[in-house]
Design a binder for this molecule. Structure first.
Ligand SMILES: Cc1cc2nc3c(=O)[nH]c(=O)nc-3n(C[C@H](O)[C@H](O)[C@H](O)COP(=O)(O)OP(=O)(O)OC[C@H]3O[C@@H](n4cnc5c(N)ncnc54)[C@H](O)[C@@H]3O)c2cc1C
Length: 322
């Protein structure tokens, strides 16, 4: 837990993130980030499509603190929509509110999100509003609810670790929802910290949504949970058109391919862009084994990037040894 919290804190460090952006994909990030620009991401998606796997494209970025950057992010996301349309990619979008200005002011963020969703609606493309840390949760959900009054191509995420995840599921029951366990380090006042509690709540809420709700995205790499829902769907006559499995780009590729081969809708979360640092650090936080991606890179590449990012990674390795 100490390691996880430290990694998540490092993920939110703006200096490390700014330094990392100058150096392209480093430290193993290239295995889990599909490129630094939309054309590279499109190439990766075409490759997924050969395995009958769909994509949700995420132009990386978060915790933006000035309006210029928020506008630039919106422009890049609009350009991503153009790319989906032009290249006929089997893809939709995922975007983060703090990338579009939530930390600057709510109106700026709302307007940016609305512009993206409106443009996506013209092309019949779904937009998922990712949920970030607890401080931004309620305002994010309020914005999604407002947007859903106008648009039907927008949905959001339930983090099963949250104590109030059931209320959130019930509030958005009839909409399209992605269920995750939760990637942020939250206090025990607002979230379960025990894996078993999180897993139980995850299963209960996905079952509730599958039985009574809108389209369900089961976003996990957890084989036991995936197996459970394959059987649950069959036992309850839930048609395969009503749900999909989602996993992150670069993780459990054989399992993703197998699910697609078995006739399930498989959708890969495809992150791309320069701002890879926070995303990558959260992946390391989730699963210490992912640190092998870092250590391989540090020792095999003759890189003089003895930069803050490496310093961050070395801190993590020290922690891992504890
Ligand atoms: C598509 C997608 C979208 C997401 N969006 C959000 C979001 O908007 N907000 C948010 O807070 N979080 C989001 N997350 C992250 C999520 O909250 C979890 O932090 C992350 O998915 C890890 O939880 P898990 O259920 O996959 O597996 P865990 O509970 O971390 O692990 C369970 C088991 O799965 C297996 N496993 C996990 N990862 C791997 C791997 N790489 N290789 C092999 N086995 C593995 C292991 O057996 C492990 O014991 C998203 C995740 C996905 C997949």
């Amino acid at each position: 837990m100490l390691l996880r919290n430290t990694l998540v804190k490092l993920a939110e460090n703006p200096q490390l993130s700014a330094t990392a952006q100058k150096y392209g994909l480093q430290l193993g990030a290239q295995h889990v980030v599909a490129g630094t620009n939309v054309q590279e991401a499109a190439q990766s998606i075409r490759s997924l499509q050969t395995d009958n796997i769909e994509a949700t494209m995420n132009y990386l970025g978060e915790l933006v603190t000035n309006e210029h950057e928020a506008t630039a992010a919106k422009t890049a996301i609009l350009h991503t929509i153009d790319t989906i349309v032009e290249q006929q990619l089997r893809a939709h979008l995922s975007m983060k509110p703090t990338q579009l200005g939530l930390l600057i002011d709510v109106d700026t963020c709302y307007d940016n999100m609305r512009d993206v969703i409106e443009y996506a609606a013209v092309h019949n493309i779904f937009v998922n509003v990712d949920v970030e840390d607890y401080n931004t949760l309620h305002i994010t959900l309020d914005m999604v609810e407002e947007l859903q009054k106008v648009f039907d191509n927008v949905g959001t995420v339930v983090q099963a670790s949250l104590l109030e995840a059931r209320e959130i599921t019930e509030r958005f029951l009839h909409t399209r929802l992605r269920f995750v366990k939760g990637a942020y380090s939250e206090s025990s006042d607002v979230a379960y910290t025990n894996k078993l509690d999180i897993d139980i709540q995850y299963i209960e809420l996905v079952e509730l949504h599958l039985l009574h709700g809108g389209f369900t995205s089961i976003a996990t790499h957890d084989t036991n949970i995936i197996e459970h829902f394959k059987h649950f769907a069959e036992a309850n006559n839930i048609p395969r058109e009503q749900f999909e499995f989602q996993m992150l780009y670069g993780f459990r590729k054989p399992l993703q391919q197998q699910l697609a081969r078995d006739g399930y809708t498989m959708c890969t979360y495809v992150p791309f862009g320069q701002d890879w640092y926070g995303y990558y650090m959260r992946r390391l936080a989730e699963r210490p084994q992912n640190m092998s991606l870092v250590t391989k890179q540090v020792f095999t590449k003759k890189t003089n990037t003895a930069i803050a990012v490496v310093a961050g990674a070395l801190v993590l390795r020290r922690l891992l040894k504890k």
